[in-house]
Design a protein. Structure first.
Length: 438
C-alpha cells in the first residue's frame, strides 16, 4: 500500500478579535490486499465455543483479494471571533466543511480453494494465487457542511456553549459482477442537522465540570467499510444512523497540573442501527431499525506523578441494551461488540536522570470483558487480557534503541470481531527498534 498525504494550514489574525483559518488535506491511496486470515465462519459462531475451545471449528476467511485506488480532498474554513456584549464575553466559531472522496476497487478470486484451517493455528503457511477480476466497485462521497457555535461566559467561572452543524451527504455507488454482467447503482443522499449544547463550570484553573448534549449522524454507505458488495444490497432507502449523547463529567488537576483525574457519566442512544448481515460474508449491511442504548461510567488518571514517572490509566463500565427491535426476542439483549467492562494501565519510568544507564522502563495491561457478536447474544467471544512492556536506551542525543514486548503472556485473544467471524490476535511478539534523529 502506498499513501501520499498533503496538508496545508493557513492562519490569519485580522485584528485583536477576529482570526481566520483554512485547513486543506489531499490524500492518494493505492492498495493491493490479499489475506486468508483464519477465522470463524457464521454458522460456527452461533455457539459460544470460543469460551471453552470445544469442537473442531475450522474456516479460512477474511475475503478475497482486491486492488483499490482512492483519493480525497477536504477543506475546512473557520472564523473565530472573540468579543463582548455588555458584561458578557463570547467566543463565536463558524465555518464551512467541504469534502470529496473517490474510490475504485477491482476484486479478484483465488485460483485454488482455500483450505480449512484450525482457528487455533499450527498448520503453517499456505500459498494462494490471485485469479482473474471478478467485480468492479466504484463510488464517491461528497459532504457539504456548515457549522456555528458560541461560547458565552455568564461569569468568569461559568459558561454555556451552543452550536449546530448542518450537513448534506451525497453518495454515488455502482458495481458490476463480471461473471453475470449484472450492474447496479445507488445514490442515497441526506441532509441532517446536529445540535450541541454544554454547561461548563471552572471554579479554579485546575478544575472543570461540565454537562453536555449532542447528536451525530452517519449516512448509509458514507464510510467505505460499511458499503455492501453490490449496490443492490445497498438499499438507498436506509435512514442515517442517529446518535444522541448525554454526558456529565469533571476534570481535576493535581501536582501543579502535571497529573489529571477525569471522570464522566454518559448515555448514548442510537436509532436506525446498521449491522453486517450475519448470514452473509460481512460485506453486506442490513438496517435493523433497532434502537440501542449504551450508558456507563468512565474514570481515568493521566500525566506525571513525578518528572520521571508517567502514568495513563482508565476504566469504563458499560450497560448496553437493545431497547427496540423488529425482532422481539432481541429486546433487552446486550449490544453486539460492547463489553460490560474495559480497563487499561500504562506506565513508564525514566532512569536517565538518576543513573548513568539512561533507560526508560515501561509496562502495561489492557483488559476487555467478553462481548457478543450478534444482536441475539447467541455467539460470544471471551475476555481479552494483554500484558505489554518496553525498555528504551538513549545512546546519545541522536540515537535510541528500544525493545517492545507485546502479549507477553501469549494469551489467546480475539481482536478482529465481526458479526460472522472472529480473528485471533497476535501471540507473544518482541520488536526491536533503532531510531535516529537528524
Amino acid at each position: 500500500m502506498t499513501t501520499d498525504v498533503f496538508t496545508a494550514r493557513l492562519n490569519h489574525t485580522v485584528n485583536d478579535w477576529l482570526t481566520l483559518a483554512n485547513d486543506t488535506r489531499v490524500s492518494f491511496i493505492d492498495r493491493d490486499y490479499a489475506s486468508s486470515i483464519v477465522s470463524c465462519a457464521a454458522a460456527s459462531c452461533v455457539t459460544p465455543w470460543f469460551r471453552n475451545r470445544s469442537g473442531t471449528v475450522t474456516a479460512s476467511g477474511a475475503g478475497n483479494p482486491y486492488h483499490q485506488e482512492s483519493w480525497a480532498v477536504q477543506n475546512v474554513a473557520t472564523a473565530t471571533a472573540r468579543f463582548t456584549t455588555g458584561p458578557l464575553r463570547h467566543e463565536l466559531v463558524g465555518g464551512i466543511d467541504l469534502m470529496y472522496e473517490d474510490f475504485e476497487r477491482t476484486g479478484y478470486g483465488y485460483t485454488g480453494t482455500r483450505p480449512a484451517l484450525s482457528v487455533f493455528g499450527g498448520q503453517g503457511d499456505i500459498a494462494l494465487d490471485r485469479g482473474a477480476p471478478s467485480y468492479q466497485r466504484n463510488g464517491s462521497n461528497t459532504t457539504y457542511a456548515a457549522f456555528l457555535s458560541d461560547r458565552l461566559w455568564l461569569t468568569p467561572e461559568f459558561s454555556i456553549i451552543g452550536g449546530v452543524r448542518v450537513s448534506r451527504f451525497e453518495v454515488e455507488y455502482d458495481t458490476v459482477t463480471y461473471s453475470t454482467g449484472v450492474r447496479a447503482e445507488a445514490k442515497p443522499s441526506h441532509t441532517v442537522v446536529d445540535p450541541r449544547a454544554s454547561l461548563v463550570w471552572e471554579p479554579a484553573p485546575n478544575q472543570t465540570y461540565y454537562a453536555t448534549y449532542s447528536t451525530s449522524t452517519t449516512p448509509p454507505g458514507f464510510l467505505f467499510s460499511t458499503q455492501p458488495f453490490t449496490a443492490s444490497g445497498f438499499n438507498s432507502n436506509f435512514d442515517p444512523e442517529r446518535n444522541t449523547l448525554y454526558e456529565v463529567g469533571a476534570k481535576v488537576g493535581f501536582l501543579e497540573n502535571r497529573l489529571g483525574l477525569y471522570g464522566s457519566l454518559y448515555r448514548i442512544d442510537k436509532k436506525n442501527s446498521q449491522t453486517p448481515d450475519p448470514n452473509g460474508d460481512g460485506s453486506t449491511f442490513i438496517q435493523t431499525s433497532d434502537e440501542q442504548r449504551n450508558q456507563g461510567i468512565e474514570i481515568g488518571l493521566t500525566g506525571q506523578v513525578t518528572p520521571a514517572w508517567m502514568i495513563n490509566a482508565s476504566y469504563t463500565a458499560m450497560d448496553s441494551e437493545t431497547t427496540k427491535s423488529t425482532t422481539a426476542a432481541n429486546v433487552g439483549k446486550k449490544v453486539q461488540f460492547v463489553p460490560d467492562h474495559a480497563a487499561s494501565l500504562w506506565t513508564t519510568y525514566e532512569l536517565g536522570a538518576q543513573t548513568p544507564w539512561n533507560l526508560t522502563l515501561g509496562g502495561g495491561v489492557t483488559w476487555r470483558d467478553k462481548v457478543f457478536l450478534n444482536a441475539a447474544n447467541t455467539a460470544e467471544v471471551p475476555a481479552a487480557l494483554t500484558v505489554d512492556a518496553l525498555v528504551s536506551h538513549r545512546i546519545n542525543d541522536n540515537l535510541r534503541v528500544q525493545v517492545n514486548g507485546y502479549n507477553l503472556g501469549n494469551a489467546l485473544n480475539y481482536d478482529g470481531l465481526w458479526a460472522n467471524r472472529v480473528i485471533p490476535s497476535a501471540g507473544r511478539t518482541i520488536l526491536f527498534t533503532l531510531a535516529a534523529d537528524f
